[in-house]
Design a protein around this ligand. Structure first.
Ligand SMILES: Cc1cc2nc3c(=O)[nH]c(=O)nc-3n(C[C@H](O)[C@H](O)[C@H](O)COP(=O)(O)OP(=O)(O)OC[C@H]3O[C@@H](n4cnc5c(N)ncnc54)[C@H](O)[C@@H]3O)c2cc1C
Length: 457
């Protein structure tokens, strides 16, 4: 059977219009935001509108052994949603209904294409919020957040995506529908398939619905401070001191001078371009004032040269807006490789020191920003051009950053996922026994290896 005839067979099983073969439309679905990962030319695009579309696509792909790349909004930073040659790109963006807001049980049931921030907007009138808030919360889907176990700014206090999931509906590689978890806060019935699916990067199943926990909004606006440091390691030391003190920031974000300047070049916000590092912290508890006071003492003792408590909500929001712009701003400045390393929080200063030394040694400028309170930083390699020599030096730089994190007891990816970009470095983190278990789990869920092959591990 020809590919065209075979695709006709798929079209008859799908909702009208779900199958797209027009190259000019498919082009917009070939890449995520990891621009340097090479993209293949897909056989077709399926824009699913319901679980049945996903079931039909997976059954068809299973029968024909056609690779499938699940896709949310394509904001991923590790090439996990980048198209493979001859694949079906399975977009979930049109499955975007918030099916239920259950105020009594503080949960929502959503489809995978719902934009993260829309969940927050849906529950806000009920005095609730959805905590995991990646920097991309206005543009990324909950399906992508689940598949990458996305983190975010508030995760230092409220946990990552994994901590907010109660249950999932997942279409398996052969088209069967798996239900995991439920609506209860606790359940130990069977293996924890929910947690297995979260962070599986589209390699074990396609998430078609999720039951998520939401929380009561804190009773008052958070108290915000910003501290400026003359060196990055000093800012890292302040973070370690805050954590060591047992304080509970609801946000603790760091950006370096290169990031501050990229933001100012992108959109003028009057940040201090000369600061080596800015640390932005918040507390939203009933003793927020005391917590922030204690955090600023930690900053002062670590050598902060300026500490300011924001005097208004507008000022605090401007600081957060600046932080949220960091990714877009650095990407707008030219080609980037965005690293995602994490270290135990007591080792943050060592990581920042190591990143500075690596950049000086390889000559690839690095702008560093990240979720300092989680020990999760994004050293962003700013490539001056795409010459083969520059690319080789950039990948060497990225590998050295990963190795530095591992040497400090850390991880090569705190929240973006392994995707295609970090596969070669994974063996440095997980051992052969773990890899063998990964292969066994993959074989059980996807015996024909059609789900996002070559991604994750
Ligand atoms: C400016 C900017 C800021 C960012 N900030 C953060 C941040 O603070 N924290 C963070 O964690 N990430 C961040 N990211 C990265 C990215 O937004 C997240 O990884 C996000 O979770 C991806 O969601 P998406 O809908 O774009 O997924 P995609 O990029 O489309 O896909 C990501 C992965 O999930 C899989 N996938 C998608 N949907 C499904 C599904 N329904 N079922 C199974 N698999 C699926 C894909 O195959 C792929 O492997 C940022 C990105 C940008 C551009």
């Amino acid at each position: 059977m020809t590919a065209a005839a075979s695709l006709d067979g798929l079209a008859t099983r799908l909702t009208g219009g779900a199958l797209v073969t027009a190259p000019e439309i498919i082009e917009g679905y070939r890449r995520d935001r990891a621009d340097l990962v090479p993209a293949g030319v897909p056989l077709a695009l399926v824009r699913a509108t319901c679980t049945e579309d996903v079931v039909a696509t997976m059954r068809w792909a299973h029968e024909g052994r056609v690779p499938v790349v699940p896709r949310g909004a394509g904001t991923g930073l590790s090439g996990g949603a980048t198209a493979l040659a001859g694949c079906i790109v399975l977009s979930l963006e049109r499955m975007d209904a918030i099916r239920e807001v259950d105020v009594d049980d503080q949960l929502v049931v959503v489809e995978p294409g719902v934009i993260n921030a829309d969940i927050g907007r849906a529950v806000e009138p009920h005095g609730l919020f959805y905590p995991p808030d990646p920097g991309s919360f206005e543009i990324s889907t909950i399906g992508g957040n689940l598949a990458t176990n996305a983190g975010g700014l508030r995760c230092v206090k409220y946990g990552v995506t994994r901590d907010a999931v109660l249950g999932l509906e997942v279409v398996l590689a052969d088209g069967r529908v798996l239900h995991t978890g439920g609506r209860t806060v606790k359940s130990v019935a069977g293996y924890d398939m929910t947690r297995l699916m979260v962070g599986s990067e589209g390699t074990l199943g396609v998430i078609t619905a999720a039951t998520l926990r939401v929380r009561p909004r804190p009773p008052m606006d958070p108290v915000t401070f910003v501290a400026s440091f003359a060196s990055l390691p000093a800012a890292g030391a302040a973070v370690s001191a805050i954590i060591r003190s047992g304080l509970a920031p609801s946000l603790l974000e760091l950006m370096d001078r290169a990031t501050i300047n990229a933001i100012e070049d992108y959109r003028r916000l009057d940040l201090d371009r000369s600061a080596a590092a800015l640390l932005i912290g918040q507390s939203d508890g009933s003793d927020a004032d005391r917590q922030v006071e204690a955090m600023t003492v930690c900053c002062a003792q670590a050598g902060a040269d300026l500490i300011v408590r924001s005097s208004s909500t507008a000022e605090a929001e401007m600081l957060l807006r600046a932080r949220r712009l960091a990714g877009e701003a650095t990407m707008a400045a030219g080609p980037t490789i965005i690293e995602d390393v994490g270290v135990p929080r007591s080792r943050l200063a060592d990581l920042l020191l190591a990143v500075g030394e690596i950049a000086a040694d390889t000559g690839i400028p690095i702008a560093t920003v990240g979720h300092a309170g989680d020990g999760n930083m994004h050293p962003t390699l700013m490539l001056p051009d795409l010459d083969p020599d520059t690319l080789a030096r950039a990948f060497d730089t990225a590998e050295r950053v990963c190795r530095a994190a591992l040497a400090l007891g850390g991880t090569i990816t705190g929240e973006h996922g392994v995707g295609a970009l970090k596969r070669s470095w994974l063996a440095g983190e997980i051992d052969e026994t773990s890899l063998a278990m990964h292969r066994a789990i993959k074989a059980a869920f996807d015996p024909r290896g059609i789900l996002n092959p070559g991604r994750g591990f």
